[in-house]
Design a binder for this molecule. Sequence first.
Ligand SMILES: C[S@@+](CC[C@H](N)C(=O)[O-])C[C@H]1O[C@@H](n2cnc3c(N)ncnc32)[C@H](O)[C@@H]1O
Length: 427
Amino acid sequence: MNKSFPNNAEPMQVAVESIGMRGDGIAVVDGVPYYIPGTAPGDVVDIIRGSKRDDGYTATVSTSHTPGPDRTEPACRHFGTCGGCTLQHITPGAVADIKRDQISLTLARHGFQDIPIRETIAIPPGERRRVRFSMHKKRGVAFGFNANRSNDVIDIAECPAARPEIAKLIPDLKALAARTPALGRRAEFIVTATDTGIDILLRPSKRKNPGMDERVALAAFAERHDIARIGWDGPIGYEPLAARRAPTITFGKTRLAMPPDAFLQPSQGGERAIVKAVCDAAAGARKITDLYAGCGALSFPLSALGPVQAYEGNEDMVQAIRYAAAGQPVAAEIRDLARRPLSPDELKRFDTIVFDPPRAGAREQAGTIALSAAQTVIAVSCNPATLARDLRTLVTGGYRIESIQPIDQFPWSAHVEAVAVLRRDRP
Ligand SMILES: C[S@@+](CC[C@H](N)C(=O)[O-])C[C@H]1O[C@@H](n2cnc3c(N)ncnc32)[C@H](O)[C@@H]1O
């Protein structure tokens, strides 16, 4: 229905057809996609063409005519300017389908048809337990999140995506930023809700140490708000400024002392859904390896099935696993799996391989897993594109994709998590 664009200054009426990987609505005009933030499938809008992007153009809405059927009222007053959420204007049911479609379209682009993709498990908003706030001092202090694809910090007063104990601290954290000059003009506040309370890591972009008065004020802040720990990432690394309780996280039945800024799945509900999908697929496993193990969110629950050998590139996280694992069948080793992936020979010890790499995926490690004899391989991923690439490597090596479970553990954002289960059929 969309007809060719008159020119880049004049508005043009289009109907939005789908949502892209970055959360923008997409309308196609003469085969060219237009990426339109804030729109929903079925919206009929006038757009003004913006800059070139990928195979098309960005565009902004000049007039809205008809809303699509899945539009809803955004929950947050900052939606539209704040870059933290891109999909608050679409109903949860429709978002669940959009995320499932993202995975299925990406797999199709890599030549996969007819893969059994389950219905999306959706984690409700308000459960984010790790929030990275940005702070920018110009004339005053802006405290919140970056605007979409921009370095500008949008000052926020609320965040319904975050756990309430984090959201309610926003005004106080902003005030704290204003009276802490050593944070400089830009800083990150990494705030995590742990078992023992809130953990705050302050990371000034120009690494500088706080003065004595600032240290006293930060300790008083921790006292006043019952914060478990406040740490500072300064010129010589991490320094705890107020350590009132050790922040701990529980994986399965194991309590672990969380290193500052250690990897953590964004919500407990999301983590539970991943753990269940992984452990269900690993039923019957006798010897398991957990690659890219983080602090062992999967290793500890998997150890109820059989001994687990975890590999992780970050030394602090490996140490945290080792301390917490005392008396349990979980061992952890530090290893850079991109530079030194486990070889097919090393993988011989395991009948089940779990890997959960960062967004870049596990190109090198997937290459050697494809040559292994493990009966079950379980891939956990927050990036459908690199997942599809790694799955292609595994399928070329003789694995069959049994199922894919999408998990929307990043509600209101365009991200999606997936757990893919692969088996090696015996001849
Ligand atoms: C997506 S997290 C998964 C962590 C864990 N499975 C969990 O659920 O909490 C990816 C982990 O891979 C680690 N990592 C990143 N690059 C790595 C590499 N080249 N070698 C080993 N580990 C790496 C990161 O430190 C991070 O802990």
